[in-house]
Write a protein that binds this ligand. Structure first.
Ligand code: SF4
Length: 353
């Protein structure tokens, strides 16, 4: 059951309440390189990114915002650290949301200036607390980064904003320690109805990062926590979107797209199934197939039965394979034509739809 949170508008999109959980990513271009930044955002949009964040570490980056905004189609978030003037510049330049950690902006007067501008422009602020930048007094009080310390830090930050009568808030509490991060979100979810941006930070490179994100975000989403999410990976941001989509689809929180299932191979496998499965995965990622389950199996004896739930599949044999649909063999195919025949069937499927 999805936790009920307040609705917040981020440009043309809404999060919280009854709205779908939105996928975010962050560019890794220099924001002031407008051409490269727009190019990356457009390719992220194409694979399903719904909100994009850019770093605004200097004035040039803030000045690039109007031009970037004009060329993209999803809400733009500015990520600000330390310098409150950059937050103000970014809002004046037209961003749809800002992410700050009020603690690292320091002086309350400066934070208040940011809040007043956000109020004036109806721009939400994500209060983003991070285990790596936790206040020294909290580290001392709790003896290190603990869920309680993260929660206390967020509560302090929120109080600063609420003192100004500001409630257009999104919360994130990130840490690279998965269980610690999950616990902090769980505790905070008990205390507030502000919407949550969820993510596990500094997860590492692709394989480890995907697993840490899938486990951490999976546990939170399964409990109904999370209104927008980012998978953080040391890699191409396009991979972040792919993983985020698969996490949401696995939990039935996003409509399913085409899914390729394949067997783990065993001593009965007589074809190069690993290459074949990767080839099919690549093909399917480029086709607009929507919900269909495609099986790529290692042997014709057990393959169709083991992949009974698949709509369509191929299975290898000795020099010869088979095409099957819903567990039933349709025809035999020479091994070297397995991929081609499946591709034709999938094309026909799109045409029939
Ligand atoms: S489908 Fe065939 S090759 Fe693949 S794991 Fe099962 S028995 Fe082995």
């Amino acid at each position: 059951m999805r936790k009920k949170t307040r609705e917040i508008s981020i440009g043309s999109k809404k999060i919280g309440g009854k709205y779908p959980i939105l996928i975010q990513s962050m560019t890794n271009t220099k924001t002031e390189d407008i051409q490269a930044t727009v190019k990356q955002i457009l390719s992220l949009e194409r694979v399903g990114c719904e909100i994009i964040r850019v770093a605004v570490p200097n004035e040039e980056a803030a000045k690039a915002i109007p031009s970037i905004k004009k060329q993209i189609h999803i809400p733009l978030v500015a990520d600000i650290h330390f310098d409150h003037r950059l937050a103000i510049l970014a809002m004046e330049a037209g961003v749809d949301k800002i992410r700050i950690n009020p603690g690292n902006i320091g002086d309350k007067k400066k934070v208040n200036e940011v809040v007043q501008k956000a109020k004036e422009f109806h721009i939400p602020i994500r209060v983003g607390v991070n285990g790596g930048s936790l206040e020294k007094d909290l580290l001392k009080k709790y003896g290190g980064v603990h869920p309680e310390a993260l929660v206390e830090s967020v509560e302090k930050e929120i109080a600063v904003l609420e003192e100004q009568g500001f409630q257009n808030i999104v919360i994130s509490i990130k840490a690279s320690e998965v269980l610690l991060c999950v616990r902090a979100y769980e505790m905070m979810a008990e205390k507030t109805d502000y919407p949550f941006h969820i993510g596990i930070t500094e997860t590492g490179t692709l394989a480890r990062g995907n697993i840490k994100s899938a486990v951490g975000l999976g546990v939170l989403l399964y409990q109904g926590i999370g209104d927008t999410l980012r998978v953080s990976l040391t890699g191409d941001p396009l991979e972040e979107i792919k993983t985020a989509k698969w996490i949401l689809q696995t939990l039935d929180l996003k409509p399913k797209e085409a899914e390729v299932i394949s067997c783990p191979t065993c001593g009965r496998t007589n074809i190069d199934l690993i290459s074949l499965a990767n080839q099919v995965e690549e093909l399917v990622s480029q086709m607009d197939l929507k919900p269909i389950k495609i099986a790529v199996m290692g042997c014709a004896v057990n393959g169709p039965g083991e992949a009974r739930e698949a709509d369509i599949g191929i299975a290898g044999g000795k020099g010869e394979g088979i095409l099957f649909k819903e567990g039933q063999i349709v025809k035999k195919i020479p091994e070297e034509q397995l991929f081609e025949v499946l591709a034709q069937e999938l094309e026909a499927y799109i045409y029939r739809r």
